[in-house]
Design a protein around this ligand. Structure first.
Ligand code: PGA
Length: 251
């Protein structure tokens, strides 16, 4: 058994309803019968409609960009994991660096979100990654290890087997500056090694680890050819159907 390759599009806070519908239809139309799993992660307003667009299409799944860990209650402006699951969402991005930076999300809070997502039968796409100063100080491996340890290592093996990881060096997100294939490979191999040390070699081997940060058609092939890079979490380039599908097809 090989691990699942995934290309996920993180639309962030982009696309009106009509624009989102057109983008999703245009992506779905272009995707052939491939083994790579394609996950569309639009803003909340698109999810219900896109559930009808992606339903029944092999290898295309729906993902949300965030959720609350409680099922319901007085949390104005929030959307729960339970609600997402009720419309057919299967993946939820957790701990994106923009949420950590702008919404003060901590490793401890993210652990609760991971639990909520798993308890509703969905898959967390757990993001980790360091800022430039941490990389320059040479402590990036320890930093990422701490993020994973604090938010994921309380899980059972069975729970962890549902988790997708995404390494996203913050200095590469939306900056046009991509990690080199070797930098990505080094971190991905390291992440796999700490998973192996905690959960065992078999589970580590099967864990999908995505790269994110200025991934585009011109560099995706080389990034995805690294042995421990199992696909990408794509921001900017996921907003243009041709570019996104070209990245999907770069395996
Ligand atoms: P980017 O974003 O591809 O625009 O750099 C990636 C991400 O933040 O997930």
């Amino acid at each position: 058994m090989n691990r699942q390759r995934i290309v996920a599009g993180n639309w962030k806070m982009n696309k009106t309803f009509d624009e989102g519908r057109d983008l999703a239809l245009s992506i779905v139309k272009r995707i052939g019968p491939i083994e790579t799993l394609v996950i569309l992660c639009p803003p909340f307003i698109h999810l219900n409609y896109l559930a009808s667009v992606t339903k029944g299409i092999a290898n295309v799944r729906l993902g949300a960009q965030n959720c609350h860990f409680e099922n319901s209650g007085a949390f104005t402006g929030e959307v729960s994991a339970l609600m997402l699951q009720s419309i057919g969402v299967e993946y939820v991005i957790v701990g994106h660096s923009e949420r950590r930076a702008y919404f003060a999300e901590t490793n401890e809070l993210l652990a609760k979100k991971v639990d909520a997502i798993l308890s509703h039968g969905m898959h967390p796409i757990f993001c980790c990654g360091e800022k430039l100063d941490i990389r320059e100080a040479g402590t990036h491996l320890e930093f990422v290890s701490q993020q994973i340890n604090d938010s994921l290592f309380h899980l059972s093996k069975k729970q962890f087997s549902k988790v997708v990881l995404a390494y996203e060096p913050i200095w590469a997100i939306g900056t046009g500056k991509t990690a080199s294939p070797l930098q990505a490979q080094e971190m991905h191999a390291y992440i796999r090694s700490i998973i192996a040390a905690h959960f065992g070699d078999d589970l580590a081997f099967l864990t999908t680890i995505l790269y994110g940060g200025s991934c585009k058609p011109s560099n995706s092939k080389e990034l995805f050819s690294q042995p421990d890079v199992d696909g990408g979490l794509i921001g900017g380039a996921s907003l243009v159907a041709e570019d996104f599908v070209s990245i999907v097809n770069s395996f």
